[in-house]
Ligand binder design. Structure first.
Ligand code: EPZ
Length: 419
């Protein structure tokens, strides 16, 4: 398994192009199953998760062509309505093929995704939404067997709590349902709006995406379209935090500070200077150390859970004590003991971590069990004294495009070590 060797202590200076958002690309790719014509996506990041979903889509009969960051997907004929365990278990977003297959073909057999390192992550809300739209669902031998022979029907889907995946899955199914669907208590993440924009470009009628109540007027068919995937706000936030930890000044291109939601004022309060420009932002860290700030993760526009681990890395060397409360996933502090191995002072009590900033971290061999936790260790490694060896780089390859190259171009001493 590849590792990343980092020699810390160098400020970052330069320019980093931000890639398209992984968590948006995966959903708009699933939308290609909804029509016979080509869906051309631009700004698609080349990531292991994108490749994984491509394999699944090809297995359903989708013809794919990837050139640079442009991906063309044509689902002329659906050759299989089954999504096997091996392809779904490795990446939960694969489960989102269920709704489109059901909407277009009237049936689907999709493996249940199972739990993952950050929490149990059930899919009950996804299934309830499809049932509300008239699907007959049975669970057997780890698979969801779904049928809607007469087609799906519009319904009121009222989510008991905000779920990004359930909101997206309902949208992906409702666009071809008969009649109108209303999603109440919908997620408002920018990726939801991006999916709605893509579906609308294909001829769907989705209104009010980005607000708490989304309405979808079903249409008979969708057509081919082109869509540019929105910039990755988590990659953006991670590089902003890297500057916070190391010092220096970065220009991030192809992105926008407004995508950071509540993370923006928090980072400014921590002492970072962030200037928003047209399709770019500039960030600098004028102080020796950041100021400690408390955060609570929340659905958008709150502080994103996907930046919590990176923020904790930033707070390990902040001036003061910060508390970090995770409210979205029940097991998302696995980076804390690894950061402690580098000299961080962190205590975890239930869903709250208390971080007492230290002057300096010390490099160490570390390992993380998920994508964002791995990025937090990279940030810690970049500011620590000496060498940090980050194990299990495959987590990073799932979600951060050309990570070492982007950081090397800005003066970081970081290298991939092949095993
Ligand atoms: C998406 O996961 C993202 N993944 C996650 O990013 C992100 O952390 C999360 O949204 C929250 O922003 C993708 O987009 C591929 P949820 P999702 O449904 O849709 C519970 C990353 O690092 N829940 O909003 O799965 C669930 O267990 C990843 O890129 C149910 O109980 O998140 C969680 O506690 C990790 N039943 C909460 O809701 C359900 O049916 C919110 O999850 C669905 C969810």
């Amino acid at each position: 398994m590849d590792k990343l060797a980092i020699i810390g202590g160098r400020p970052l200076y330069g320019e980093i192009p931000i890639s398209g958002a992984k968590n948006s690309a995966l959903k708009v790719m699933a939308a290609s199953l909804l029509c016979e014509e080509a869906l051309t996506l631009t700004n698609v990041p080349r990531l292991a998760d994108v490749d994984m979903l491509l394999r699944l889509l090809e297995q359903h009969g989708v013809e794919a062509m990837f050139e640079g960051s442009t991906l063309s997907l044509t689902a002329g004929t659906i050759t299989s309505t089954e999504a096997p365990y091996d392809l779904v278990r490795k990446m939960r977003a694969s489960f989102n093929v269920l709704g489109p297959l059901l909407a277009r073909e009237g049936k689907a057999k999709v493996s249940l995704p199972g739990g993952c390192a950050i929490g149990a992550r059930p899919v009950d809300l996804h299934l309830k939404a499809l049932e509300a739209m008239g699907a007959k669902i049975e669970l057997d031998e780890g698979y969801v067997f779904a049928e809607a022979p007469g087609g799906l029907k519009g319904a009121v889907v009222s989510l008991p709590f905000v779920s990004v995946g359930a909101t997206e899955h309902t949208m992906l199914a409702a666009v071809l349902a008969k009649g109108a669907t209303t999603i109440e208590n919908a997620a408002r993440e920018p990726e939801i709006t991006d999916l709605a924009n893509c579906l609308n470009a294909m001829g769907a009628k989705v209104s009010n995406a980005g607000q708490a109540t989304i309405t979808i007027e079903g249409v008979d068919r969708l057509h081919g379209a082109s869509h540019a995937v929105l910039p990755d706000r988590i990659e953006t936030g991670a590089y902003v935090m890297a500057v916070g930890a190391t010092g220096g000044e970065l220009t991030l291109t192809g992105t926008d500070a407004s995508l950071l939601g509540a993370a923006l004022p928090v980072l400014e309060e921590a002492g970072l200077i962030i200037e928003n420009g047209e399709n770019m932002l500039r960030v600098k860290q004028p102080r020796e150390r950041c100021k400690a700030v408390n955060i609570v993760t929340q659905p958008f526009p709150g502080f994103p859970t996907d930046l919590q681990a990176q923020f904790m890395a930033l707070m390990t060397t902040a001036d003061g004590v910060s508390t970090i409360k995770e409210t979205i996933f029940e097991n998302r502090f696995m980076h804390a003991p690894e950061l402690s191995r580098m000299g961080a002072k962190i205590s975890v009590d239930g869903q709250t971590a208390t971080v007492r900033g230290v002057e300096r971290l010390k490099g160490a061999p570390v390992m993380a069990t998920d994508l964002r936790a791995s990025m937090s260790l990279v940030i810690a490694g970049l500011c620590a004294e000496g060498q940090t060896m980050v194990n299990r780089v495959y987590h990073l390859d799932r979600g951060f495009e050309r990570l070492e190259e982007k950081l090397q171009n800005c003066g970081a001493l970081i290298e991939r070590v092949k095993d």
